[in-house]
Design a protein around this ligand. Structure first.
Ligand SMILES: [Zn+2]
Length: 217
């Protein structure tokens, strides 16, 4: 089964991806990973991509296309693919369909993790990080034993620059702007499943499993 997972920062997309990989034996792909891999393997298209990256330029869509085609044709993809962070635009979504069709595959299910903006802001801005050992806390959900102090190493906890309301707003706006066309595109195919991410990890994953069952019918 080929799945696309979509979710704003703070919706638990990473956790759900890990659980999906474990349960279904599918391969997780992001364009960043695929890019690095093809550059490392020194393939023809990898060399091309490397040129753009070295010049500090954005790797163009047609190169991304070739990289995806190369990766998706590999043997380990047969169980299924979990796509994350791609496609980001309508053009990429259409292109992805073409790539998959040429390999006799298709997107079977789009999981759209939904979370109320206020809840999301609470999740992210409540995070505290230890600059020393990188442990992560949350002022409500997972507070340290002593306020502001890391349980593990005793360092003073900090709020990451990305975890402020202002920074999050910018990221959320960009997220909604880039995903709304993609979600609309797959809605027309009738394969979008909206998942309520404001539940326990177990319940969210249960809903995902159920949604995948419906997509597979
Ligand atoms: Zn620490």
């Amino acid at each position: 089964m080929n799945i696309l997972i979509i979710g704003a920062p703070g919706t638990g997309k990473g956790t759900m991806s890990e659980k999906l990989i474990e349960k279904y034996g599918i391969v997780h792909v992001s364009t960043g990973d695929m890019l690095r891999e093809s550059v490392k393997n020194g393939t023809e298209v990898g060399k091309k991509a490397h040129g753009y990256m070295e010049r500090g330029e954005l790797v163009p869509d047609e190169v991304i296309h070739d990289i995806i085609l190369e990766r998706f044709a590999q043997k380990d993809m047969e169980n299924g693919i979990l796509m994350d962070g791609y496609p980001r635009t309508l053009a990429q979504a259409e292109d992805l369909d073409t790539i998959l069709a040429s390999l006799g595959k298709k997107v079977d299910c789009v999981l759209n993790l939904e979370l109320d903006e206020q809840v999301l802001i609470g999740r992210i801005t409540g995070r505290r990080t230890c600059p020393n050992c990188k442990a992560i806390y949350h002022i409500q959900n997972m507070p340290p034993k002593v306020e502001g102090i890391c349980d593990i190493c005793g360092s003073q906890l900090v709020t990451r620059k990305d975890d402020t309301v202002e920074s999050l707003r910018v990221r959320l706006d960009a997220y909604h702007e880039s995903t709304k066309d993609v979600i609309g595109y797959y809605e027309k195919q009738g394969i979008v499943k909206n998942i309520n991410a404001d539940q326990s990890v177990e319940k969210v994953f249960e809903d995902i499993t159920e949604a995948l069952g419906e997509c597979n019918d």
